[in-house]
Design a protein around this ligand. Sequence first.
Ligand code: F3S
Length: 400
Amino acid sequence: MHLTKEDERILAGEQGNAAAKSMKILVALGEIFKAEELIPVGSVQIAGVSFANLGDAGLEYLAELAIDGQVKVTSTLNPAGMDLREWEKLGITSEFAEKQNKVIEAFAKMGVITTCTCTPYLIGNLPAYGEHVAWAESSAVTFVNSVIGARSNREGGPSAIAAAMIGKTPSYGFHLDENRKPQFHVEVKAKIESIADWGALGYAIGSQSDRRIPYITGLSTTTTDNLKSFGASIITYGSPPLYHIKGVTPEASLHKPPKEKVTVTKEDLDEAYKSLNDEATEVDFVSLGCPHASMREIAEVATYLKGKKVKEGVELWIATARPTKDIADERGYTKIIEDAGGKMAVDTCMVVAPIKGRFKTMATTSAKACFYARGKNKMQVHIGDFTECLNAAVDGVWKK
Ligand code: F3S
């Protein structure tokens, strides 16, 4: 891989240990993937923030980088293992909170904006069409590649930090035109309406994609919220972090539908719903905001909950980013949600928070949340739209 004179000087340690270590990671990655050069990135999104995933070894790694490391581009964080301000409210222990705060302190020392969210594009870190970025969280990478037409590989924790320290990433994978072409055609012949339908569609396409990029037809334009949920689902169930939808996503018009075609019918969607719903009907956890809830979604939750009460024994979390919560506070939505017994789960989510063993059955709008709640937290799950999930929060029972 070609390195500029400056790249070589950084590699030799001219800008300190953290920069040299970061350059080493980028060069190794570039060589593995046969990149020709390092290209500048406009922003970085760093995953691997929850202490539950990092552990002491991860914390040590970050603390060492923070000794002399400084990020060179706008960099934000994925959700942490707790609400950074009101962690007790979510049942987090003080031992965990202490470690999680040290993780955040290390990132802050490196110059990272410590907003912890998987939807940075909703709160001011929005790349432009064609812009190269180095993002890590799978749903966020899928969103910026597909819906925005920006270019990112799915970075790992260390490679995202390395890109942030250098302001560059190796030019391979989804940064290159030739790797962004659709590889099979999906014709959707089912009606896709609610957010849960988009999640089920992501399941239906992702599970037959075989890591190939789909070119999807048969859908009409929809909301950002539905597309963020669809992206989270399709990559969770097997697609790469890029899809094209004719008439909806910007790069679809650059391509013709590939020859190989599969069809998604109402029966396929019913099948997806069947796979995303378990037997248990008694719900003790309702998790909304995967990916992190938008202002519109929080408004929908508050409108539903006004004057209602979450059933005793049921916990309702609305996961979102701090700046979105601040607006919800101002608009009075937080008060309505909290008066009803719901909790704003800010800076975190049900997957990265250490909640294993606390709940048995979860209702959610997110197909991605179903996957991790089953696999990581051993819960039974149900997927539905906002009203169905909130009905379950109020009744404690899943009805469909
Ligand atoms: Fe975001 Fe957590 Fe879902 S990181 S995409 S809310 S699993």
